[in-house]
Design a protein around this ligand. Structure first.
Ligand code: ARG
Length: 458
C-alpha cells in the first residue's frame, strides 16, 4: 500500500524503518478518540464551507463504520500505515473513495495526535479519580469501625505515642485527597483543544476551532500553534500525579507488609489477597502489597522517560514525541491496576485489635503523657522530661511498664506524682485527650471522617 505521504519519495521505506518508526502497535488504543476527533473535524470543515455537507456526512458515516468494525474486532491494523491516524484515514479512503481524501484538510498528525492523547487522558483521569474516591470510601468505612482501636504511632519506626487505627487510616485519606486535587488540576490543562494548530503554524482555512472544542467537550482551545503541537506538559503532570499516588500506595503497602509479619502481628491479609511459597509450606506472603510497592518504580520511570524525552527538543513537533505514549499508557495502566488491587486488599484484611492495643501499652507510648501530667502539677516541661526519662530507665531495668509502677516507686523520681497519675497515663485516655483538630481522639477522628465523607459527595 502506498504511503499517504508518498508523493515526494522515489523509493519505498526500508522494512526495518517501517517497523522502527511505526507506532500502531501501541497507539491503536487511541482509535476511539482519533475517530471521534475526525468526525468533529469533518463536520466543522463542512460548517465553514471547506467541504460540502454531503461530503462531511459520507466521511462521518465511513468513520462510524470503521469505529464499529474496530470495536467488533473486525479490523487488522497495518504497520506500513505507521500510526493510528493514518490507519484510520487509509481505511476511510478504501471504504468511501475519493471523498475520504478530504478529511485531512487543514489538519496535521501533529495537532491530531495532541488531540487524541488529550481526549484519552481526560477519560483516564476521570477513571482514576473514581478509583481514588472508591478507595477513600473504603478507608473511611474501615476507619469508622476503628475509632477506638488503639495502636502505637511511630517515629523512626520506634513506638512513639498512642493513636488509633482510624487516625492512621485517615492520614492516607488526606494523601488521596491531595491526589484527587492534583488530578483535577491536571485535567484543566489536559482539557484544551489543539486542532487548528496544523503541523506547527496553523492554517489558512477559516476553521471554527471553538465549534470543534464544544463538540468534543473541551473547555477551550490552545492559544499558540507551536506550543499546541509541542506541549506534553499535561502528560508529564499526569505522570507526576500518578507517581505521587503510587508513592502513597507504596508507603501504605510497606506498612501492610510490616503489620502482617509475626513480629508486628497487627493484621492478617485475606487468603484471596496473599500467596504461598512453592517451597515453604507455612508461608503466606503479602505479594499484592509488595507488587504495588514494586510497581511504583515503573511509574516514576515513566515520569522520568517523559521529562528526558522532552528536555532537548526544539520547537515544534519532533518524532521523539511519539515516545510519550508507551510511558503515559504504562503510568495510566499501572496506577489504575494498583488502585483496583489495593482496595479489596485493605477492605478484607483482618485487624488484630488486641495485638495493636498490646503494642501500644508496651514501649512507653504514654511517657509524654506522664511528662504532661507533671507539667500540670507545676513542673517545667524540660525537667518533667528528665524525670520521666529516669522513670523509663528504671522500668526497663525492672521490666515494668509505667502503669505498673507503684506510687512509692514513682516518688523516687518526683514527690509531685500522686494517685491521679494512673488515669493520666491510661492509654485510652491518652488518645481521648488528644482532641485537638487533626488529632487522634475519637471525637476529632469522627469529625474528620464526617468532613472526608462530605468531600466525597461532591
Ligand atoms: N505517530 C506520531 C506520534 O505519535 C503522530 C504524529 C506524527 N507526525 C509526524 N509528522 N511524523 O507522535
Amino acid at each position: 500500500m502506498a504511503k499517504l505521504w508518498g508523493g515526494r519519495f522515489q523509493k519505498e521505506t526500508d522494512q526495518l524503518v517501517d517497523d522502527f518508526h511505526s507506532s500502531i502497535s501501541f497507539d491503536c488504543r487511541l482509535y476511539k478518540y482519533d475517530i471521534t476527533g475526525s468526525m468533529a473535524h469533518a463536520q466543522m470543515l463542512a460548517r465553514v464551507g471547506v467541504i460540502a455537507p454531503g461530503e462531511a456526512e459520507a466521511i462521518v458515516a465511513g468513520l462510524q463504520q470503521i469505529l464499529d468494525d474496530i470495536e467488533a474486532g473486525r479490523v487488522e491494523f497495518s504497520v506500513t500505515a505507521e500510526d493510528i491516524h493514518m490507519n484510520v484515514e487509509q481505511m476511510l479512503i478504501e471504504r468511501i473513495g475519493e471523498v475520504g481524501k478530504k478529511l485531512h484538510t487543514a489538519r496535521s498528525r501533529n495537532d491530531q495526535v495532541a488531540l487524541d492523547v488529550r481526549m484519552y487522558l481526560r477519560d483516564e483521569i476521570d477513571a482514576a479519580t473514581t478509583l481514588l474516591a472508591d478507595l477513600t470510601g473504603t478507608l473511611l468505612d474501615l476507619a469508622e469501625k476503628h475509632t477506638a482501636t488503639v495502636m502505637p504511632g511511630y517515629t523512626h519506626l520506634q513506638r512513639a505515642q498512642p493513636i488509633t487505627l482510624a487516625h492512621h487510616l485517615l492520614a492516607y485519606c488526606q494523601m488521596l485527597n491531595r491526589d484527587t486535587d492534583r488530578l483535577a488540576d491536571c485535567r484543566r490543562r489536559v482539557n484544551v483543544m489543539p486542532l487548528g494548530a496544523g503541523a506547527l503554524a496553523g492554517t489558512t482555512f477559516p476553521l471554527d476551532r471553538e465549534y470543534v472544542a464544544r463538540e468534543l467537550g473541551f473547555a477551550g482551545v490552545t492559544e499558540n500553534s507551536l506550543d499546541a503541537v509541542s506541549d506534553r506538559d499535561f502528560a508529564v503532570e499526569f505522570c507526576a500525579a500518578a507517581s505521587l499516588i503510587m508513592m502513597h500506595l507504596s508507603r501504605f503497602c510497606e506498612e501492610i507488609i510490616l503489620w502482617s509479619t509475626a513480629e508486628f502481628g497487627f493484621i492478617e491479609l485475606d487468603d484471596a489477597y496473599s500467596t504461598g511459597s512453592s517451597m515453604m509450606p507455612q508461608k503466606k506472603n503479602p505479594d499484592v502489597a509488595e507488587l504495588i510497592r514494586g510497581k511504583s518504580g515503573r511509574v516514576f520511570g515513566d515520569l522520568s522517560t517523559l521529562l528526558t524525552m522532552l528536555k532537548g527538543l526544539p520547537l515544534a513537533y519532533n518524532k521523539d514525541m511519539q515516545e510519550d505514549k508507551e510511558a503515559l499508557f504504562d503510568a495510566v495502566d499501572t496506577v489504575k491496576k494498583c488502585l483496583q488491587a489495593f482496595r479489596p486488599m485493605v477492605a478484607t484484611m483482618r485487624v488484630k485489635d488486641n495485638n495493636m492495643a498490646q503494642a501500644a501499652r508496651g514501649g512507653f507510648t504514654n511517657a509524654t503523657d506522664l511528662a504532661d501530667y507533671l507539667v500540670q502539677r507545676g513542673i517545667a516541661f524540660r525537667e518533667a522530661h528528665e524525670i520521666v526519662g529516669r522513670a523509663v530507665a528504671y522500668c526497663l531495668e525492672h521490666q515494668k511498664s509505667l502503669e505498673e509502677l507503684s506510687l512509692e516507686e514513682y516518688h523516687q523520681f518526683s514527690p509531685a506524682i500522686e494517685a491521679g497519675v494512673y488515669q493520666a497515663i491510661d492509654i485510652a485516655r491518652c488518645v481521648e485527650g488528644r482532641s485537638v483538630t487533626g488529632g487522634p481522639a475519637p471525637t476529632a477522628v469522627q469529625e474528620a471522617i464526617r468532613a472526608a465523607r462530605e468531600r466525597l459527595k461532591v
